[in-house]
Design a protein around this ligand. Structure first.
Ligand SMILES: CC(C)(C)CCc1c(C(=O)O)[nH]c(=O)[nH]c1=O
Length: 309
């Protein structure tokens, strides 16, 4: 297969996935993703110990250049997703996303994954909140180091982390130095760009209800940030740590660009929300057309091969 990847000895046929949070809250949505021949894997909504209804609506809004959301981690609870991913899914891997509203909860959930018979890949969402007054965990390098040290004392199954975007070379360096100390299966970069604000000039109001309209940004406008993060971590991380590139994908071109920057798998959020599952066929077709035009038989011929001037 021309489009393939391997993470933690798990083979993926195809390289496309949903971004956690989109089309992945229910077993039906997950099954619908897996049923598509153009979807290599499905990622669950980040799960918490308790079921959560999430923030008051509207908590998601689409505009031409992208989307803004402050969903508030609505999910059916960790047990629901662990049960689902532990079933057989026609040989297709499913990635279990775990969040936590406190570090003790995160550790507890990962202990339950370790003690379960789930053999797939777990993705720990480090964009989760920290103690009040401190930035999200992934922006608190000391806390990130402490948590990963604690986790890898007991966690022996494939584990990756979902990262927010970074915007400073010192942060790329510091985060990569931390991540390289641990036997991670992968990173998923990027999560939404935190705390954007979209204003409706006509109503003179923000467009989502939670957090006075502040929310995570996704879609076409975050592509350059997403590509920069994929590239920066590809250049810095141990090659055994694979990369799921997320952010700004609306066509085969952006899938190609993510792979060129070093992504092994590519996941799609805002555009999937916008177009539905049929998008995956379009993305795969467009990617293959680009590869044909360029004479690439396989992804391995150009993965991570971004040229610079
Ligand atoms: C932002 C958090 C609620 C702390 C984590 C869940 C999450 C959400 C969400 O559920 O609001 N939205 C995102 O764009 N990315 C996320 O990781």
């Amino acid at each position: 297969n021309r489009l393939h990847a391997t993470i933690a000895d798990i083979n993926f046929e195809g390289i496309l996935a949903n971004a956690s949070g989109v089309h992945c809250q229910t077993k039906e949505e997950l099954a619908e993703l897996l049923a598509s021949p153009y979807v290599a894997t499905a990622v669950t909504k980040s799960s918490t110990k308790e079921v959560r209804t999430g923030n008051p609506k509207p908590s998601y809004y689409e505009f031409e250049q992208g989307s803004i959301n402050s969903m508030g981690l609505p999910n059916n609870g960790f047990d629901y997703y662990l049960d689902y991913v532990s079933q057989d899914h026609s040989q297709k891997p499913v990635i279990l996303s775990v969040a936590s509203l406190s570090m003790t909860e995160g550790i507890e959930l990962l202990k339950r994954v370790q003690d379960s018979d789930f053999q797939g890949i777990t993705e720990f969402n480090l964009s989760c909140p920290n103690v009040v007054g401190k930035p999200q965990v992934a922006y608190d390098f000391e806390t990130t180091h402490q948590i990963l040290t604690e986790v890898f004392k007991f966690f022996k199954k494939p584990l990756g982390v979902k990262l927010p975007p970074y915007f400073d070379f010192a942060h790329f360096d510091q985060m990569a130095d931390i991540l390289n100390q641990f036997p991670l299966s992968h990173i998923n970069s990027v999560n939404s760009i935190g705390n954007g604000l979209y204003v409706d000039v006509e109503t003179e109001a923000s467009v989502i209800k939670p957090k006075k309209g502040f929310g995570g940004l996704g879609g076409a406008m975050i592509l350059p940030t997403a590509l920069a993060n994929v590239r920066a971590f590809r250049e810095r991380l141990n090659p055994d740590i694979k990369i799921i590139g997320t952010g700004g994908v609306t066509s085969g071109e952006e899938v190609f660009a993510h792979i060129l920057c070093g992504a092994d798998l590519v996941s799609v959020g805002t555009e999937l929300q916008r177009q539905g599952i049929g998008l995956f066929e379009k993305l795969q077709h467009e990617l293959l057309m680009i590869m044909n035009e360029k004479g690439y038989q396989s992804i391995d011929e150009f993965k991570g091969q971004l040229k610079t001037m």
